[in-house]
Design a protein around this ligand. Structure first.
Ligand code: PGA
Length: 248
């Protein structure tokens, strides 16, 4: 039997305002206690507010990206040390929107994951295939390639990361992977993690892509799905709370 504790992470993307965030987080805090781990990944500029609001609770906060560089002349970038200073428990790396709109390569994603871990910030490494790749039967090959570069870079620390499987065709589209489709990929990823680290059974693999209150329970009931990375539905306290409750 595994003892993996479920984790539900809100990915706010580029949404929010100080007023709206305060209301959202107040709603989330009022719904505690939760039976699983909960975190929100906010835009950088709201991390200090999130830290102040959440510090006394068991709800964690994190970023949506991190620089691969430690410090220096990298205008616009935010380092892992800065995230650590703001108390971030997590940072997303390699979200498909970063890969697609900012041309992030597997190697860059791996370097970012390593930079985060080096500062004690847990990287949530996102992998996932496009619709064209799925239709061409390349899903397994694509996600395994994306993950293997990170595993190789992190070496003996690879078991410290969290993985998120997010099929690109399911993100923000309302088209969720079926529980069976998601489970199939999660099982592949876990086998890969187990072979590489020997600790795959203890690692958390989240599903992301149009998770909603009405489909969360079925997804989270799958053997290798350890929670979710929630975009749109994390912006409404009631929906986010319902998804967190579905995780146990
Ligand atoms: P979605 O986004 O829940 O809005 O599909 C998920 C994500 O991009 O992390």
């Amino acid at each position: 039997m595994t003892t993996r504790r479920k984790l539900v992470v809100g990915n706010w993307k580029m949404h929010g305002s100080r007023v709206a965030n305060a209301e959202l987080l107040a709603g989330v805090l009022a719904a505690r206690p939760f039976a699983c781990d909960v975190a929100v990944c906010t835009p950088f500029v709201y991390l200090a507010d999130a830290a102040a609001t959440l510090a006394a609770s068991d709800v964690r906060w994190g970023a949506q990206d991190v620089s691969a560089h430690a410090q220096g002349a990298y205008t616009g970038e935010v380092s892992a040390a800065m995230l650590q200073e703001l108390g971030c428990r997590y940072t997303l790396v390699g979200h498909s929107e970063r890969r697609a709109y900012h041309a992030e390569s597997d190697a860059l994603v791996a370097a970012k994951a390593q930079a985060a871990l080096g500062r004690g910030v847990t990287p949530i490494v996102c992998v996932g295939e496009t619709l064209a790749e799925r239709e061409a039967g390349q899903t397994a090959e694509v996600v395994k390639r994306q993950l293997s570069v990170v595993i190789h870079q992190l070496a003996h620390c690879a078991a410290e990361m969290v993985v998120a499987y997010e099929p690109v065709w399911a993100i923000g589209t309302g088209r969720t992977a079926t529980p069976a489709q998601a489970q199939e990929v999660h099982a592949l990823l876990r086998a890969q993690l187990q072979a590489a680290t020997g600790r795959g059974d203890a690692m958390r693999i989240l599903y992301g892509g149009s998770v909603k209150p009405d489909n969360a329970a079925e997804l989270f009931a799958q053997a290798d799905i350890d929670g979710g990375l929630i975009g749109g539905a994390s912006l409404k306290a009631a929906d986010f709370i319902a998804i967190v409750r579905a995780a146990g």
